[in-house]
Design a protein around this ligand. Structure first.
Ligand SMILES: NC(=O)c1ccc[n+]([C@@H]2O[C@H](COP(=O)([O-])OP(=O)(O)OC[C@H]3O[C@@H](n4cnc5c(N)ncnc54)[C@H](OP(=O)(O)O)[C@@H]3O)[C@@H](O)[C@H]2O)c1
Length: 302
């Protein structure tokens, strides 16, 4: 299979490319900086693309069977007006431009697997959410709605579309685990802002697993939650991480600490959460390698 990946140089993208190459697929990556990307991932064939300014070149899509769309400006930063514009445009405009090229191809890929996020649901307290739940409120929800809408433009080209609403990806290089690993290792970790909020987590290996399964499986389409079947509260997550590291995890982290670091708007979002279940993902047949947080964290840091 020949797979084109946007955001291939990112944390999820790198892991995805690695798995695809391991099983013998060819991988084409789109990036703003092909020289840098080629130095880091020489087995990927790179093409330059400025996602918000232009459509990607048709040449990159030659013999491509499937496309995975992952790129996006990072979310965990102060949400200044400029940052918000980048966060929105790198998803909405970039996906629109990507689909624009796909639509014009004489031979189109069979499938587009397009990333979204559980931010779609907003902060929903203890409400149990699945793929059929309505979108929530706030900037992150509106970004996901626009991101998914742009991906749906591929429907008129007759290309199969799967949208993965990804939760907090557990990996040691970034995200909530990467950020908090050091303080927890030092015994300085604990529940954030009371710890009652839900963490819709997923092991990186299952995130990549779902993307590849959606690429491969012709019967898979529509929205799939990319979250483990057993979400936990932040308090349970902290306890599980402390246990995996053999360190106490009892020092509470006050909510204002996140607001000092990331500003009020993203700081509030980071203190919220969603109790998300991967209902369709499981119904359609994906089997999670890491369904429980204890096993996932043991695998990653134990
Ligand atoms: N990691 C998570 O926990 C998580 C959870 C839910 C959803 N997601 C979403 O999944 C996608 C991939 O996540 P990730 O953690 O792998 O992200 P990442 O490591 O930050 O990589 C994203 C890639 O997108 C490109 N990019 C970044 N900023 C951009 C901008 N302003 N304009 C255009 N391109 C830009 C970069 O590629 P080049 O520099 O090569 O152009 C970068 O390598 C993102 O859209 C993210 O929001 C991630």
């Amino acid at each position: 299979m020949r797979v084109l990946v946007t955001g291939a140089s990112g944390r999820i993208g790198k892991a995805l490319c690695g798995e695809l190459l391991k099983r013998g697929d060819e991988v084409v990556g789109l990036t703003r900086d092909p020289e840098k990307a080629a130095a880091a991932q020489p087995q990927v064939t790179w093409h330059a693309w400025e996602p918000t300014l232009e459509r990607p070149t048709e040449a990159a899509f030659e013999d491509v069977d499937g496309v995975v769309n992952l790129l996006g400006e990072k979310i965990n930063q102060r949400w200044s007006d400029e940052a918000k514009r980048k966060i929105m445009d790198s998803r909405k405009v970039a996906t629109h431009n990507l689909v624009g090229t796909i639509e014009g191809l004489a031979t189109k890929p069979k499938v587009l697997v397009s990333q979204s996020a559980v931010g779609y649901y907003g902060d929903r307290g203890d409400e149990v959410l699945d793929e059929s739940s309505a979108p929530g409120e706030g900037f992150d929800a509106s970004v996901c709605v626009e991101w998914e809408k742009a991906a749906h433009e591929v429907d008129r080209a007759g290309v199969r579309l799967a949208i993965v609403r990804t939760g907090q990806v557990m990996e040691t290089e970034g995200g909530i685990l990467g950020e908090l690993l050091l303080p927890f290792k030092l015994g300085l970790g604990g529940p954030l802002a009371g710890g009652k909020q839900w963490v819709p987590w997923i092991h990186l290996s299952d995130e990549v697993g779902i993307l590849i399964w959606a690429l491969d499986t012709e019967s898979v389409n529509g929205v799939l939650n990319g979250t483990a079947p057993n979400p936990v509260t932040n308090k349970e997550w902290s306890k599980a991480l402390g246990k995996a590291l053999g360190r106490p995890a009892v020092l509470p982290i006050p909510g204002f600490a996140v607001e000092v670091k990331f500003g009020r708007e993203f700081g509030k979002v980071a203190q919220g959460g969603q109790r998300v279940l991967p209902k369709r993902t499981e119904e359609l047949g994906y089997a999670f390698k890491f369904p429980m947080i204890e096993g996932a964290l043991r695998d990653l840091v134990g």
